[in-house]
Design a protein around this ligand. Structure first.
Ligand code: GDP
Ligand code: MG
Length: 635
């Protein structure tokens, strides 16, 4: 695109007539100041909105004079009195009021043969590779082109041939024809690189011809024509506008100095000038530079996240969004400048950069993941503990809701920037840990429940058994078994509730119930054994016997009289005592426990032993009764 209508601000030298700074970009060496001068010329940020023109021609053909006239530059012009060479190497400046870089190239064929001629050839090649338009400045009689070099040019260059001191007697068209024929003849005679033997001059150059009047003899006419010629440089609407887009070398202004410098290196060392390769090299260099600048800013933006996440184990709620926006900023800033360069290189460097950014972000992501994991586990434990303190909680429901909350906490702070990162593994581990924690809580709670159930069973069994055995009625054992059955039934109701709370399987519930039966039975048997331990049993038998034998029907102690039938009283009291009471229970034994066997409370041997001991005690009562009658009758 033509640059002359750009929006770049003007500096003082553009408004007034102050000289525009100029730079000798090549003398014996290359000048390193070009980037600074591009800034000075306000073209550093011009992107593609600038054009480049160079001038060629023999020495002292008025090249510098023409450039100064066309572009308002201040290149040195030969002093008429000294007539010595002025322009050395290559000078550069910018056009006043146009975004045009202007190159004033040291004149050709004015030097001795040898090294100097070599320099001319090189500077010509350099300016051809870097300019869109070349003004070829000729006297009417001069025609000469430069010995070839291998030029892998892609973009065409416009050769604007300016015939100086054009008198007008020979029409310009005729001159142009002659020149064109000469140029083509020279081109045909050039040795061309392999594969390009048949290339035509028009494959590489477009031509325009113009003439200028004699500057000294017709100064006003000269100035007028120069002004007209200037329009071709700064008016895109002009039919002969020179800066056609196809001539643009597509070198962004911010990379121009590197490109120019690389080209000069190649030219200087007589290397083949492969411009596409040069453009790729430039793109690599500049994309790296641009990427580094963006990366610096990006890294600084990440600093505030590092300590909280990596050292303080904090969780940053909107880390995902923030990472996305910081990365976008970096990529945008890269795109803004780098996208103007070679597309293949730009895209490759862009991917490289995103990878580099993601590596940095990943450190934070992994940190956040770790912190979230910790927090989720902690929250789960705390919440579950609180839930289990509430009355009438349902364990399964409580676990489910705590699980959901903790998972949400984990997932909500995890927005993945567009990457191949994943939290699946972490989430799997977390879920595994959740399940371990809830299993442990379940076991603990279950233990508590069964413990309190055992207490309940013991309480329900204890007193009825004591009562039934203290004053045994004929159906005492039935009553005791009934108590047992009731206790088991109550326990089963509790177990049903527990099963619902813990989401137990029916198998689990069945096991708990059979366990309850057994445990209650063992409690019962223990209680009975306690109640019927030898001394206790004897005490019970004795008080039962005494009640019948030593007290009358009104509960008053008997005072035996001689006419009393002590023997039959004694017999009746003894008949009431029966250790072998089989009320005939049916009970199924299980694999684990022989219920049938445990129905036997007193073995036969035990019955005999207790009976004998009881007989001795009761006999003592009998004798005491007999003696008391003897003693009362003896008085
Ligand atoms: P350069 O070496 O090609 O840059 O030439 P200069 O611009 O330094 O000019 C060399 C001399 O030619 C100076 O004395 C100019 O005044 C003079 N000169 C400039 N333009 C013209 C022109 O159009 N015709 C003639 N005959 N002389 C000119
Ligand atoms: Mg000059």
């Amino acid at each position: 695109p033509p640059a002359s209508k750009g929006s770049i601000s003007t500096t003082s030298w553009e408004k007034d007539t102050q000289p525009i700074p100029r730079l000798q970009i090549v003398d014996e060496h290359q000048n390193q100041d070009l980037p600074a001068y591009l800034e000075k010329w306000n073209l550093g940020d011009a992107g593609f909105k600038y054009n480049v023109v160079a001038v060629f021609g023999s020495q002292s053909t008025g090249k510098s004079t023409l450039l100064n006239g066309l572009f308002g530059t201040s290149f040195d012009v030969m002093d008429e009195n000294q007539r010595s060479q002025t322009t050395k190497g290559i000078w550069m400046s910018r056009g006043r009021g146009m975004h045009v870089l202007v190159m004033d190239v040291e004149g050709t064929d004015g030097r001795e043969r040898g090294e100097d001629q070599d320099f001319e050839r090189k500077s010509a090649l350099f300016s051809m590779a870097t300019s869109e338009v070349i003004i070829l400045n000729l006297w009417e009689h001069q025609v000469g082109l430069y010995q070839g070099a291998n030029m892998g040019f892609k973009e065409k260059t416009l050769l604007l041939i300016v015939i100086r001191d054009h008198v007008g007697s020979t029409p310009l068209a005729n001159l142009a024809r002659t020149l064109q024929a000469d140029l083509e003849k020279i081109w045909a005679g050039l040795s061309k690189p392999e594969g390009l033997e048949n290339c035509k001059i028009h494959d590489y150059f477009d031509f325009m011809y113009t003439g200028l009047p004699h500057k000294v003899l017709l100064p006003e006419k000269f100035n007028e024509e120069v002004a007209n010629l200037r329009c071709r440089f700064n008016d895109p609407a002009h039919p002969d506008f020179v800066f056609k887009p196809e001539y643009h070398k597509r070198i962004p202004a911010d990379g121009y100095h590197i490109y120019a410098s690389n080209i000069w290196d190649k030219v200087l060392t007589n290397k083949d000038l492969d411009l596409p390769t040069q453009q790729e090299l430039l793109a690599q260099y500049r994309c790296d530079e641009i990427s580094n600048v963006a990366f610096e800013i990006f890294s600084k933006k990440l600093i505030p996240f590092r300590q909280p996440i990596l050292e303080k184990a904090q969780i940053i709620e909107d880390l995902g969004e923030q990472m996305l926006s910081i990365r976008k900023e970096a990529v945008d800033s890269f795109d803004k400048n780098a996208s103007r360069y070679h597309q293949g290189v730009y895209e490759k460097k862009r991917l490289e950069m995103i990878t580099k950014l993601n590596i940095q972000l990943n450190v934070l992501f992994v940190g956040q993941l770790k912190n979230l994991h910790k927090k989720a586990i902690l929250t789960f434990d705390e919440n579950l503990k609180a839930e289990l303190k509430k009355p009438n909680y349902n364990f399964a429901v409580a676990v489910e809701s705590c699980l959901k909350d903790s998972q949400e906490l984990f997932l909500n702070a995890l927005i993945l920037p567009d990457t191949d990162w994943s939290y699946v593994n972490e989430l799997n581990t977390l879920e595994e840990e959740f399940s371990q924690a809830s299993t442990k809580a379940r076991t603990d709670e279950f233990k508590k429940m069964t413990k309190s159930l055992a207490k309940q069973v013991e309480n329900e069994l204890s007193e009825p058994v004591t009562l039934a055995l203290n004053d045994p009625k004929p159906d005492a054992w039935h009553k005791i078994i009934q108590t047992y059955t009731n206790t088991v039934e109550n326990g089963q109701t509790t177990l049903d509730k527990i099963a619902k709370s813990f989401n137990s399987s029916s198998k689990e519930l069945k096991e708990s119930i059979s366990d309850l039966r057994l445990q209650a039975w063992l409690v019962l048997r223990k209680k009975i054994d306690e109640e019927l331990a030898d001394t206790m049993l004897l005490l019970k038998l004795r008080s039962r016997f005494e009640e019948k034998f030593r007290y009358d029907d009104h509960g008053l102690p008997r005072v035996w009289k001689p006419e009393d039938d002590i023997d039959s009283h004694f017999k009746r009291a003894k008949e009431d005592i029966n250790l072998n009471d089989d009320e005939g229970f049916e009970i199924e034994s299980t694999e684990d426990f022989d219920f049938k066997q445990s129905l036997i409370v007193l073995s036969e041997a035990k019955q005999i032993d207790i009976s004998n001991r009881f007989k001795r005690e009761s006999d003592a009562f009998y004798l005491e009764a007999k003696r008391s009658v003897v003693s009362t009758t003896a008085k």
